[in-house]
Every structure is written in structure tokens, then in C-alpha cells.
Design a protein around this ligand. Sequence first.
Ligand code: ATP
Ligand code: MG
Length: 561
Amino acid sequence: MSDSPKALNFIEHIIEEDLKNGFSKNALRFRFPPEPNGYLHIGHASSICLNFGLGEKYNAPVNLRFDDTNPAKEEQEYVDAIKRDVHWLGYNWDTERYSSDYFQQLFDWAVDLIKANKAYVDSQSSEEMAIQKGTPTEPGINGPYRNRTVDENLELFQAMKDGKFQEGEHVLRAKIDMASTNMLMRDPIIYRVLHSAHHRTNTDWCIYPMYDWTHGESDYIEQVSHSLCTLEFLPHRELYNWFLDQIIDKNKVRPKQREFARRNLSHTVVSKRKLLKLVEEGVVNGWDDPRMPTISGLRRRGYTPESIRNFADTIGIAKRDNLIDVSLLEFHVREHLNKVAPRVMAVLDPLKIVIINYPEGEVEWLSAENNPEDNLAGYREVPFSRELFIEKADFREVANKKFFRLKLGKEVRLKNGYIIKAESCTKDEHGNVIEVQCTYDKKSKSGSGTAESLRKVKGTLHWVSTKHAIEAEVRLYDRLFTDESPDTHKDKDFMDFVNPESLESITGYLEPSLKDAKPLHRVQFQRLGYFCVDKESTNEKLVFNRTVGLRDSWAKIEQKK
Ligand code: ATP
Ligand code: MG
């Protein structure tokens, strides 16, 4: 991807400019900094592809840094899932880092701030502090503890660290400017008391650094040259720089924060907090539910890493937030699976047909091409016999000229097999067709070399032999939300837009070659779409997920001709 002659994006322009101004290429370093408070989603994929893509482009190291400063919400399960997902997308990090590894250094620097009279312990309630903070149009005012002596501050901060206080009793604040036009500069909190065990440092600490204090200093410790984050951090940049100014060694790399737009995907939500709610309330079956826009959900659904990377590459990065239609993601998975997924036959809504002139008990194994897009994919054999299933929708007793599928008195070709003609049908007491009797043209077998084998008929149908078909549970998915942008409505909660019909489970009848298919095996059910074996699948009970439908079925292609 990175070697395609594409125009530079605006982040690359910034980097090129820095290099032109003398920044050493060898000093370039990036990081992807997830907070381990949930699973990665498709929005994160953009950030991963951006940071690791820059690493590839400039041959520069990229760290995977867990921003783990909030023990209340972070878990090892999330750390493991994040690592798995980044690897699966095809990226390798230089080193695995944790903000928590820097707790001691961050504490020491905070002590330095106090000594320089640039931080103080505030002992007010959060309500009082909020009032003093002012509003965007009104400056804040100094609180009563702002002028505590250095010694008093040092003593209190140490006591905070030593566990002498309850949560909320004291905080450490940077002493910047309560009248700044940027609210974030109005003496931001940098430490709070939290009596919570941390997934890595356990109970070593009962004070935890705030995100803003941690993030930039962690970038500095790791000597990250370009710290790329999403647009909501633009107003934080001033603070990021103020914090760096307090600790910077001029001989070292000074990280540069730059912001790009968050990627939102239509008909879903990309916020870990909201995704967690879907999991906790049982709307979906876990973080990797195939309806989830998480990387693990997409994987389980049948998406390939290539398709996600191509999607991220196509949408690129932007300076303004916008909504990407999910159909673009679907386009990319279709495009990739078209090349790599073997074609197989499966019938999802079966109608029995009987070939009345085909000998009873006879079975013939027909050769079927695995993927016309891939010469190396080879052939397999599919059994043909007197009784077959086709899709209900592929038969009509009578139909107009545009219906190129099976109708009474007309012919179609069975994929990889013979031309058949519908002679008559049987109905149940409600008038529904339950069986179609057909005849076959014995000489018309595909690939047999006879003139009849080349005979063209307008429709080609997929089918399976009833006797050989394997039953599988097939899960069909629809959009998880009925609204394009469920979390942008002022008067409604995103949960109000959950689509009650996002999952339909049916029984499908598959050709026997799929008997031993293992989880994550991806195939195209011809004329139906792309499907993937689910992780719950076993040899006794196969389970498939529909990844995405096909844009065009053969029938539609034929209609256009
Ligand atoms: P969420 O709101 O889902 O919790 P977050 O930004 O809090 O997202 P982080 O774990 O902090 O999640 O994100 C790691 C990195 O991924 C950050 O640099 C963040 O800016 C980026 N990122 C998160 N969501 C998106 C998105 N939708 N589009 C692009 N980048 C994103
Ligand atoms: Mg976050």
C-alpha cells in the first residue's frame, strides 16, 4: 500500500516539511496508543494504519503503547485483544509499552513541578473547582489553595501517594493560568487519588496521573517524534506543549502532536463506551459478535485484514470529522474475497427437484472450479444425483421473459452440471410448490466436450444433492442500527435505534466439500454472498456467518445482457 504513488496526506506533508527543515529521518518514531478499556473498532483501524503505515513508509519504529492510567476501566483481557487485533491487521510494533511503566517517572516530574512552584494540591470539592473554572467566555478565578507553600504541597502530595486520603479529598493541579482563554489551561488536574488496583501495578499506587499529563510525557520518554491523535485533542495541544516545556532536554526529540479527524462508520457506533453498553446489555453476544464494528467482530464475520487495510487506505485521513458509508467497507471485503474465497454451492431456502429421467440410486461426482479468479485454486468434486435442492426463489410455475431461472417448460443449467427442464410440479394444500419434476439432457454435462455441453441457456442455478447435503446453521446479519448515525440525535439515545432484526438464523444445505471446514474459513456461496465459518462451529454442527451479500447474482448479470 505504502509504495503506491499516492499523493501525500497532510500528516505526511508535515513530516516531509520537518525533514526538509533538518529533522533527522532516523529520529522518526511513531506510536499507536490505545486505552485498554475495550476492544479495538474500525475507527481505530484508521489510526493503526496511519501510524504503522508511516512506520513502513519511513522505515521508522512504531510502539504499541497502552495508555493505562484509569485502573477502574482497564483490564488485561483488553490488552490481549488489542495485541491480537493489531497483529492480525498485519502490523508489528517495535516495543510494547505501558504508560503505567512510567508512573514513577511521572511522579518524580510532578514533584519537580511542585518544587518549581508550578503545581499545587487543591483540597476543594470538584463542584467548587468547577465553579472557579469559569466558562469559555468568562475567565476562571484562583482557588483558596493555589498559594500553598512548596513544602506544604510536597508533604500533601507525598501523603496522597502514601494512601493517607480518601478519593476526592485532594488533587494535584498544574499551576498555569486560571484566566487562560483555553479552559484546559486553567490549572488542570494532573493527579487524583484512586484506591483501585491496576491490572499491571496492582496496589503499588493509589494516586494515578491524568491522561493529559501522562500522554505527552510518555511520548517524550519514548522519543516519539510525531504524536498523532484525533481532533478532539486539538485544544489539548497547548497543554501538551506546556507539559513538555517543563521537562524537555533540548538535546532530545521534542514530540509534536498533530490531529486528524475521527472516522465514523454509518449504521453503527464507534466508541468503546457505547460498544461496551451493547455487550453489557446483551444486545450483542460479546465484543466479537459479527455485528459489531470491532476488529474482532469483523474478523469473526469473515473480513480479511487486507480488506480493512484497503478500506482505511481508501478513506485516508482527513482534517474534518465525517461519516463513511458502511457500504464502502463492504465493497472492500467483497473485492478481496472475490479474489481469495473459494466458490462453493449452498442452498439456503430449499426447494426439492427430482430429475425423473436420472437413474435412482446413481451418484456422479462432477468437477467444479474453486475460483475462476485464481488459476491455482484448482477443482473439487460435487455429487450429483436424482434429487437436488435449488433455491425456492429460482423456480416459478409461470414467469415473464425476464425470469431466466427455472419455470415450467423451460431450461436452465445447473452449475458444473447438466441442463435441466422443468416438466411439472407438486403443491401442498396451501398451494405452495414443494417439489419440481425435471428432466435432464444427458449430453449437456459441463466440461464434457460434447456440443451439448457448450449449449447456452440463459440461467445458471446453484444446487446441492439432497442426499449429500450437510445441514449447517447459517447466520444472516443486517445492520445493527436502523439509523445511519444513531449517536448523533439530540433527543434520542443510540440504543433507541438498535435494529431488532439484525440477526436471522436459518438452516442451510451445503455441498459436502465443506464438511471439515474450520472456523475463519471463508467461502463464496455462489450467487448468495460471502460466508465464513463461525468460531462456534464444530464437526457435528457447522455454523456459518454471512460476511456480505454479492452485489450481482448471475441471474442479474444475465438480465443485463
Ligand atoms: P473511544 O471513544 O472508542 O474509546 P478513544 O479515542 O477513547 O476511542 P483510544 O483507545 O484512546 O480510544 O484510541 C487509540 C487511538 O485511536 C487514539 O489515537 C485515537 O485518537 C484513535 N481513534 C480512536 N477512535 C478513532 C476513530 N473513530 N477514528 C480514528 N482514530 C480513532
Ligand atoms: Mg478514550
